[in-house]
Structures are given as structure tokens and as C-alpha cells.
Design a protein. Structure first.
Length: 232
């Protein structure tokens, strides 16, 4: 009788353990909910990182157009004038009314960096005969046929390197104003009161409706040395 009353109840213990195990385990629905929450959080994190990356590239591009403008002002102070006509004819020339300038291609970059050799054409060497390094470019295109062309930090989405080059215009008629247009950005035109301007084209951060279906596309925009920095 004593053994009967003191015999352990293994069946009850197993039932309690089984019930406890069921309470501690995840069900399939609970696991799917957790995975969904993690996916949403990762999506939000990726969006934040992408915005931060674009903002960082925008800061770099704005700093570089300002640095190029400062380098060209140093050029003017040293040589008492802008690059000569022969140099503009030797590189990618830009015009706006009576004002002229150039897109900074590989030859223009070497001239501004003072790295032209004796083997370079006279038109290029004569633009910086003292071979002064007015600026040091740190980023160049990797596109075939466009090596050594300085570009802004944004990826090139089109086949043309021109969409990410830096461009320059000088006030040649001394009226202290320059009109800037850029065919890469449809309809863009602005007038600024400066003796030299530098700009580049970057992807816009804000989005605009692209068509009747309501899908959104990012439009390119001009980032110029005359602008105040904007984080938009």
C-alpha cells in the first residue's frame, strides 16, 4: 500500500512537460510574422542607407564644383586671364552667347593639374606654361575611351560620359554675368552674376511623376558652384 501511494506519477509529469514545450515553441504563423517584421525593418534600413549615400555623394559633388571654381580663380590670378583661345579649341569647347569655356576632359584635367609633358601639344602646354597644379582630381571615368576624364561621384547611367563631367564657363565680355544651359537637363537655363561658373549634372533626390500611369522617375538636375548647398 505504501508503495502504491508513493509511486511517482510519470504520466502527469510528461503531460506537464509536453504542455510546457508547446508553450515555448514557435508556431509556423508566429515565425512568418517575425520574418515579415524583420523584412520591413530591413527595407526601412536600406531606404535610409540609400538616402544617406545619395546625400554624401551630393556633398562631395558640391565640394568639388566649389574647389574647381576656386582653382580657376587662382589660375586667373596667376596668369591674369582665362585659358587662351588656342586651348579652348584643343579641348571640348563650350559657348554661351559671348561667354566661353570647356568641359573638363582628360586634356583639360592634365592642364589644370600641371601634369602635361613636353610631348603634349603646344595648345595644351601654353595654357599652363608654368605647369602649376591648380587642383588635383581624385576620381576619373572608367568607361572605355573616356579614361582620365574627371567625373562626379554619381554612377553614370547613360552611354555618354558628358552627363557626369564637370563644365566651366568664363565671363569673356566682362559684364559679370553668365547664362548657363545644359542639354543633359531638358529646358534648364539660368543666369548668374559671376566671372566664372562650374557645374555638373547629378541625379535628383526628389521624385517627379513620369507618366500617366503614376510611376515615378528620378530627374537629373544641375548642381552649380553658384548654388547654395541644399539637402533636398
Amino acid at each position: 500500500m505504501r508503495d502504491q501511494f508513493h509511486k511517482p506519477d510519470h504520466t502527469a509529469a510528461l503531460m506537464r512537460f509536453s504542455a510546457h514545450g508547446r508553450r515555448m515553441a514557435f508556431t509556423l504563423i508566429e515565425m512568418l510574422i517575425v520574418i515579415s517584421i524583420i523584412s520591413v525593418l530591413l527595407g526601412m534600413l536600406y531606404g535610409s542607407l540609400e538616402r544617406a549615400r545619395k546625400f554624401s555623394r551630393r556633398v562631395i559633388a558640391f565640394t568639388e564644383v566649389k574647389n574647381i571654381e576656386a582653382a580657376l580663380k587662382q589660375y586667373y590670378a596667376h596668369y591674369h586671364g582665362w585659358p587662351p583661345e588656342s586651348f579652348l579649341n584643343a579641348v571640348t569647347r563650350l559657348t554661351s552667347g559671348e561667354d566661353e569655356g570647356f568641359a573638363i576632359d582628360a586634356d583639360a584635367a592634365r592642364m589644370l593639374q600641371g601634369t602635361l609633358t613636353d610631348a603634349a601639344a603646344d595648345d595644351l602646354r601654353n595654357a599652363n606654361p608654368d605647369r602649376i597644379p591648380f587642383i588635383e582630381f581624385s576620381r576619373f571615368s572608367t568607361q572605355s575611351g573616356s579614361l582620365n576624364v574627371p567625373v562626379n561621384p554619381f554612377r553614370i547611367t547613360s552611354a555618354s560620359i558628358e552627363t557626369r563631367q564637370y563644365k566651366v564657363l568664363f565671363d569673356m565680355n566682362n559684364d559679370n554675368q553668365i547664362t548657363i544651359t545644359d542639354t543633359s537637363v531638358a529646358g534648364y537655363s539660368t543666369n548668374v552674376f559671376k566671372n566664372v561658373v562650374v557645374w555638373t549634372v547629378i541625379p535628383g533626390i526628389s521624385k517627379a511623376t513620369g507618366n500617366d500611369s503614376g510611376t515615378e522617375t528620378v530627374r537629373d538636375e544641375v548642381l552649380g558652384s553658384w548654388d547654395a548647398f541644399s539637402a533636398k
